[in-house]
Design a protein. Sequence first.
Length: 308
Amino acid sequence: MRNVKVGAAQLGPIQKADSRADVVGRMTVLLNQAGIAGCDLVVYPELALTTFFPRWYHEDRAEADIWFETEMPNAAVQPLFDRAKELGIAMSFGYAELTPEGDHFNTSILTDKEGNIVGKYRKTHLPGHVEFDPDRGHQHLEKRYFLPGDTGFKVWKNLDGIMGMCICNDRRWPETYRVMGLQGVEMITLGFNTPSVNSQKPDEGHEERVFHHRLVLQSGAYQNSTWVVAVAKAGIEDGFPMFGCSLIVDPDGKIVAETKTEDDELIVHDCDLDACNFGKETIFAFDRHRRIEHYELISNQTGVVAPN
Ligand code: CDT
């Protein structure tokens, strides 16, 4: 057995006025709880350090740079890294990254138990739009503030296993999981900020949105025989509700832990990475069963081309 005890550290809302120090304090409380529970790894949400700022339109996009980090770790986040190292806990969390070249990404990192950053991922599938959209109930301006990630879906050896990351909307795309599955991934961690209301379909309802969330995580885990740990930033941020339902899914696609609140909440599960082996060696033994001669369209074409 290769066990990784994971803490999914859901964060409740972060308001515009909340400082990085406030948020790091809350993350540290959850980290300490994870230490008491004996966790090896703690996973935090997408854009964990700030409010979900892509809901706010800035005509001058440079004004949004206040939400970005130019270094990681930086002075505000260093206390979290220090505490994680003291406790011997690896971490993953998301933040807005501004590079020395002036590029903006929606990023997440993975550390080892000594607090070294061993992996960095930049969000590939950016939802939303570039310009202010008066027809939406709320804005979702990720395409305005971020570039599509340039990292691709890498995996890293960490905690005696093979670990990968994706971010929020990436979880809805089967390619995300399969690219990591083809590198033998055993645990995918991801953070998300998902509005409880569909800004383009207000009658969709919370239940259906959560159904789709569970559906994609469970199918991605099962079809690639991997653990999936998905962690929300939830609750009402600056007047806008986001759902919780942070989940840990096993390699059979079953939910083994789920949060109950829309606030700061830690759920823990002891994940046996060897539980991935059966699926990887049988029904999803890719080398024996995949027929790549029929998959060309997946990497050659983005939109639908219907027959005449
Ligand atoms: N953060 C993020 O990617 N949220 C999206 C909502 C998209 S609505 C335009 C999600 O897929 O959950």
